[in-house]
Ligand binder design. Structure first.
Ligand code: BTN
Length: 250
């Protein structure tokens, strides 16, 4: 059933009580030619995370996937993922919770001053297209909203645990989609907005690359969203386009 949302952003929201993965449903909509459709579910039975991980998605969270057909080259697609991280972080912050971004697109809550964090939300983007043109792009966003961290994987937190109360999920989704629409309408503003919200910059990090690992200080992200690390080993600034990073204790 389609749910009425009072949205300023141009999305049609398709609601499900339970699905395997909203990214799967979004892929079907995308291959059918849809755009600006949001697939939202109360529960996912086969939620997927980045790097082939499972994503625990019990009822009470916000699990959604946005179907878009942006007029961009695949090289700019990572900006859509960063835009989703910025939008999700802003929507959480508007609810009074101090969310920040861990590179590339985890929404986290800082714990103390030394870069430690708990993870609140994650983003999984999928895309189809040619070398010069994106055909469709789906952005899957999972937010641990009205849940207890107890039942979730180690290191996770929830809006309920952080705010001490549940969030109105309709209001939250509305804020998130409006923030996402603003961010994607100004792709050049995404990286500056990301920098402002970043927890990773200034941290000591370890980044796994396919052949080796890189340890050093995270100093910036590039205009396309790659992480720039001042490497301990080489003493040079090295750039990592994709992967996972770990914050190290100073
Ligand atoms: C990650 O941090 O590993 C990304 C997690 C992405 C989870 C969301 S929930 C909605 C959408 N459907 C999925 O199966 N995954 C994404």
């Amino acid at each position: 059933p389609a749910v009425e949302f009072d949205l300023e952003a141009p999305f049609t929201v398709e609601y499900h009580d339970a699905v395997g993965s909203t990214n799967e449903v979004a892929r079907e909509r995308a291959t059918d030619g849809a755009t600006d459709v949001v697939v939202l579910a109360d529960e996912q039975t086969g939620g997927r995370g980045r790097l082939e991980r499972e994503w625990s998605s019990p009822a009470g969270g916000v699990w959604l996937s946005i179907v878009t057909r942006p007029a961009i080259t695949p090289a700019r697609a990572p900006l859509y993922t960063l835009a989703a991280a910025v939008a999700t972080t802003r929507a959480v912050r508007e609810g009074g919770v101090d969310a920040r971004i861990k590179w590339p697109n985890d929404v986290v809550i800082p714990v103390g001053e030394d870069g430690a964090y708990r993870k609140l939300a994650g983003i999984l983007t999928e895309m189809e297209g040619e070398t010069d043109r994106v055909e469709w792009l789906t952005v899957g966003i999972g937010v641990n909203a009205n849940l207890d961290a107890d039942g979730l994987p180690e290191g996770a937190t929830t809006i309920r645990d952080e705010a001490g109360e549940d969030v109105d999920r309709r209001v939250f989704v509305q804020r998130l989609l409006e923030e996402f629409d603003d961010a994607r309408s100004d792709l050049d503003g995404v990286v500056p907005a990301w920098r402002e919200l970043a927890l990773t910059l200034g941290q000591r990090v370890r980044v796994d690359r396919s052949s080796s690992e890189l340890v050093g200080e995270a100093v910036d992200i590039t205009d396309s969203g790659a992480l720039v690390v001042q490497s301990d080993e080489s003493g040079e600034r090295e750039t990592v386009a994709a992967g996972d990073c770990e914050h190290l204790r100073p």
